[in-house]
Design a protein around this ligand. Structure first.
Ligand SMILES: [Fe+2]
Length: 241
């Protein structure tokens, strides 16, 4: 059985709009493990000027969640990061380690306003790159300025950014705009990472199986292996994807 690495989740209890309690976190861990996830990066939201949970508090919660994960499986590994809401000052926050990269690597998970202009997204990703970070654009399928615009996404990839898609977007109906967009991006090989972006144990639970079998059916084992095994392993080992 393959084991997956999920690099985007809101599983830490009561730190953002994700899990509301340790009880819910435990349920999410159980679901994630049943779905085949063996490494999971907790990525609570972080925004400049927002009420962010202090890193020390996050680390304490992480330890508690790690203990719970160990009860399920000795090898179940939980790491820490943030989902950064882009702001020019975010680089300073990363430098000061107030905001976190993914699992201590150079990779940063970054989101923008859904309605942001293309130039802002491009400049933001570029700024992260020139400061030595490897930016992963969170849920690329959501941005209006990138919708149905493969040239722009291609430009961002050439710049050095990585594209992340939510697995829930691939299991939707083709009448759904994000699902259609995802299909196109997958067709053109423009997705580097597929994650759960889980927020709870019910509505946005850490489910992988259905989406993965769809990827396998549509694109084959090789693509599945590349995105879900090779790329995620490189990320966690701080190597270039
Ligand atoms: Fe998220």
């Amino acid at each position: 059985m393959n084991r997956w690495i999920d690099t985007h989740s809101h599983i830490l209890p009561a730190v953002d709009d994700g899990s509301v309690s340790m009880e819910q976190t435990k349920n999410m861990l159980k679901i994630a493990h049943e779905e085949g996830i063996i490494v999971l990066i907790a990525t609570p939201h972080y925004g400049v000027g927002c009420l962010n949970t202090d890193v020390e508090v996050l680390k304490k919660k992480l330890e508690q969640v790690r203990q719970e994960a160990k009860q399920i499986d000795e090898n179940f590994r939980i790491e820490l990061g943030n989902e950064l809401y882009y702001d020019d000052e975010i680089i300073e926050h990363l430098r000061k380690k107030k905001a976190l990269t993914l699992a201590g690597t150079r990779y940063v998970l970054v989101e923008f306003n859904k309605e942001d202009e293309y130039q802002n997204i491009k400049t933001g990703l570029h700024r992260l790159l020139i400061h030595g970070y490897l930016p992963i654009l969170a849920h690329v399928e959501r941005y209006d300025c990138l919708y149905d615009n493969l040239d722009r996404i291609d430009e961002l990839i050439r710049l050095g950014a990585y594209m992340q898609m939510n697995i829930s977007s691939i299991t939707g109906k083709l009448t759904d705009r994000e699902t259609r967009n995802c299909k196109k991006l997958m067709d053109y090989g423009m997705i580097h990472l597929v994650c759960t972006d889980s927020h709870s144990d019910y509505k946005r639970a850490p489910r992988m199986k259905e989406g993965l079998s769809r990827i396998k059916r549509r694109y084959g084992d090789q693509v599945l292996h590349q995105i879900l095994i090779e790329n995620t392993r490189k990320l966690i080992n701080n190597q270039h994807i």
